[in-house]
Each structure stands twice: as structure tokens, then as C-alpha cells.
Write a protein that binds this ligand. Structure first.
Ligand code: PMV
Length: 329
């Protein structure tokens, strides 16, 4: 049996603009998904998901004609929870050249599902590491990131950026520009997350920005403006200048709002953080709903968010410098 874990992430800067070749800076947070893999004597896969923001469920299926899982919850929930586990198992089997290997898999996640915190990437990364190790193969961090990216591509019909999976595999702050992903230096970051309990439709939001950018020059300028502030953000990170980082996060939120990807609940949470004297706050990920990230070394923002209408959950999550790791074996 091998237990591996991997962190979720927030975008400090650059979501949406990254789609047009601008750089973005995602950053791993101390909220993890943990996957336990235990090889079976047969070729079946049994998955138990404890808290993927779903009520716990268990599914069991074989690799042949009985592949459809037989469970008593809505199919879409099973698909959401299972797709990534399934793709991760395939990658682990491929890495170990053991296409028939069966597993008992348990997923335990502290990352809200679908809120833009990279829960699926964390499950894929931890699942590939645990599965491959259980079959006797130790993969490099780069290979886990590459295989997790391929797993996401398979589940998301070819629509996935490398940001989530690379960040989850390596930990820390990361710079992404096209296919170029690299780790960057960052100070300890006092991050606070607010979650509205919902999620935006990433495909729809990306399409909305594309249409706006084609119709209005201001939107194209806004996208390149986000690129400019990401480059300044990288310098502020390298200098450990939290005040400047916060200011740039505020600007980034304003520009995302101009692109039409914020929402009432995200704006409410951003303003609650600002009123509580956070150094800065912005939505994170695709927007439309989901999470905001604020920078605040004091308890102010977390407390304020807990009393903010539309905020379902608020928690502190420091930058996690550790990526995928073995928890137990
Ligand atoms: O909400 P998330 O974590 O899936 O992030 C989406 C980020 C976008 O830039 C909007 C899209 C992308 O693929 O980069």
C-alpha cells in the first residue's frame, strides 16, 4: 500500500490572460488531496472517495465489458469524482508497463471540488504517484506532472492547461507561459481563501473573454495589461514585497472584472477582504463563482469572510513549498 498526497493551488496572477500567451503565476496551497493505492490480486478497480465534496461513495468495476460502475448516486457526481482517478490509474499502469494491474483506491481531499483550487489536478498527481509506486516504479516530479497533464487532457476532452498539474506536482510558486512551466522563488505567503460554494463554467467564461477581446480593443489591452502586471508581480515575489503583491492582486481583480468574469459573490468576498485591511484580494481561476484569494497576515480577512453573505467557507492556506509526496507506505 502507498499513500501519496499533492496540494491544490490558487492563481496569484494571470488567469485568462495566460490563454493568450501571457505569463501566469499559480501557487500551491496547504490543502491537499491524498490518494491511497493498494494493488489487488485481480484486474478490478475499487474506488472509495471519502470527501471529494461529495457524500462518500464506493464504486467497483473491472477492465472489460462490466466497466460501467454500479452505484447509487447521480452519474455526473460519479463522473466528476471518478474520471481523474481512472485516468491516473491508466497513467500508473502505463508507467509500470502493467496494463492489467488492479487497485483499491481511496481518495481523501481537503480541497473543495470545482471551485478553482485545482482539486482534480491534485487527485491526478497523487494518484499517479501512489499507483506507480505501488507497482514498484518511482517517477520523477517532471514525469508525474507530464502524466497528470495527459490525464487531465483525457478527462477534459483536450482542454487543459499545464498550470494546475505542474504546480501540484512541484509545489511552491510557478510561472507558466504557454508550455513553459518553471518553479520560481517566493516568500511565505499569508493566503486566505473564501469559497462561495459554487463554480463557474470555465469553458463558457474563456469563450466570453475571447468574444470580448475580438469585439473591443479595450479587452485586448486589458489582457496585455494583465501580462504587464504579472511581470511586476514576479519581481515583487522575488523581492518578498507583500505590500506590492497585494496591490497588484487588487489591480488584477479589477482587470478580471472588466473582462466580465467576476460575480456578485466573488466581488462581495473581495470587498470584505479589502474592508478587513487585507494587503490585496482577487478572484482565482476561471471566475463566475468559486474562490477568492486574499493576502493578510492578520486574522481580519478570515473573520470578515465568515460573516460575508455568499461566502460558504473561509480558511487560511499558506503557500505549500512541497509538491507531491509520500505520506505512508
Ligand atoms: O478555474 P481553474 O483553476 O480551472 O483555472 C482556469 C484558468 C483559465 O486561465 C481561465 C483557463 C486556463 O485553462 O488557463
Amino acid at each position: 500500500m502507498v499513500v501519496s498526497s499533492a496540494p491544490g493551488k490558487v492563481y496569484l496572477f494571470g488567469e485568462h490572460a495566460v490563454v493568450y500567451g501571457e505569463p501566469a503565476v499559480p501557487c500551491a496551497i496547504e490543502r491537499r488531496a491524498q490518494v491511497t493505492a493498494e494493488e489487488r490480486d485481480d484486474d478490478r478497480i475499487r474506488v472509495r472517495a471519502e470527501d471529494l465534496s461529495l457524500d462518500g461513495f464506493t464504486v467497483e468495476y473491472g477492465s472489460a465489458s462490466d466497466a460501467a460502475p454500479d452505484v447509487d448516486v447521480a452519474e455526473s457526481l460519479v463522473e466528476a469524482g471518478m474520471g481523474y482517478v481512472d485516468a491516473a490509474v491508466e497513467q500508473a499502469r502505463d508507467a509500470a508497463d502493467a496494463p492489467e494491474a488492479g487497485f483499491d483506491i481511496t481518495v481523501e481531499s481537503e480541497i473543495p471540488l470545482g471551485g478553482g483550487l485545482g482539486s482534480s489536478a491534485a487527485v491526478a498527481v497523487a494518484g499517479i504517484d501512489a499507483g506507480a509506486r505501488e507497482l514498484g516504479v518511482e517517477l520523477s516530479t517532471e514525469e508525474i506532472a507530464e502524466r497528470a497533464y495527459r490525464a487531465e487532457l483525457a478527462v477534459q476532452d483536450g482542454e487543459a492547461s499545464r498550470a494546475d498539474t505542474f504546480c501540484s506536482a512541484t509545489g511552491g510558486a510557478v510561472r507558466v507561459e504557454g508550455d513553459d512551466c518553471r518553479a520560481i522563488e517566493a516568500p511565505a505567503l499569508p493566503l486566505v481563501i473564501g469559497f462561495d460554494g459554487g463554480a463557474g463554467d470555465t469553458g463558457e467564461l474563456v469563450a466570453g473573454v475571447r468574444a470580448l477581446r475580438e469585439e473591443y480593443d479595450f479587452a485586448a489591452d486589458t489582457v496585455s495589461g494583465i501580462g504587464d502586471l504579472v511581470r511586476r508581480g514576479e519581481r515583487a515575489l522575488a523581492d518578498g514585497d507583500l505590500e506590492e503583491l497585494g496591490r497588484l492582486m487588487d489591480f488584477n481583480h479589477g482587470l478580471l472584472e472588466a473582462l466580465g468574469v467576476s460575480s456578485r459573490s466573488l466581488d462581495n468576498m473581495v470587498w470584505a477582504a479589502r474592508d478587513a485591511d487585507a494587503l490585496g484580494a482577487k478572484l482565482t481561476g476561471a471566475g463566475g463563482g468559486g474562490c477568492i484569494v486574499a493576502l493578510d497576515p492578520s486574522d481580519g480577512t478570515e473573520t470578515a469572510l465568515k460573516f460575508t453573505p455568499g461566502c460558504e467557507d473561509a480558511f487560511r492556506a499558506e503557500l505549500d513549498t512541497e509538491g507531491v509526496r509520500v505520506e505512508d507506505r
